[in-house]
Design a protein around this ligand. Sequence first.
Ligand code: HEC
Length: 149
Amino acid sequence: MKYILKAIFIAFVITSCLSQAAAEDTSTENIAADPRISLGLNAAEKAEFLSEMRQMLTSIQGILAGLGEKNPNLIAESARTSGNRMARATPDSVRQKLPQSFKDIGGPTHMMFEELAIRAETDDMDMLASFTSELMQQCLSCHAIFKTD
Ligand code: HEC
């Protein structure tokens, strides 16, 4: 009798766990589909593209460190790695797939990194911080619209 009760209890625990798992499964159906526009990059293009993105994040980190240290050279050097140099380095196969609406945000973003590098020579740190925030609006605008695949 004791064993039967135990078996019933275990069966009860297992079924309640399973039904909970099933409930979690169906809850993903309520998540809206990703509405961002796909750039349709292949695996190699995506790897290259995302490594440029991570470089831009590295630039932002260097810029913030430079602002904290009040070090204009660090700000300028960090900004330049994501400026024209990066724009020119984008492989042709990736460039050809990028729609004009993407380039309209991406091109000015690289130019703003170049502008920040120049402004680092003359502007106050708080002005440079505000400009960095403006620059990062570009990251937000583009991320809201596009995805790689
Ligand atoms: C013109 C468009 C555009 C701009 C501007 C842009 N990004 Fe991106 N970024 C993307 C897209 C598209 C992805 C891929 C998103 C996806 O597939 O989910 C991405 C992904 C990333 C990733 C993820 C990298 C990885 O390895 O997964 C980082 C980090 C990133 N961006 C940083 C930045 C930063 C920082 C800025 C601004 C300084 C920036 N991006 C500006 C389009 C842009």
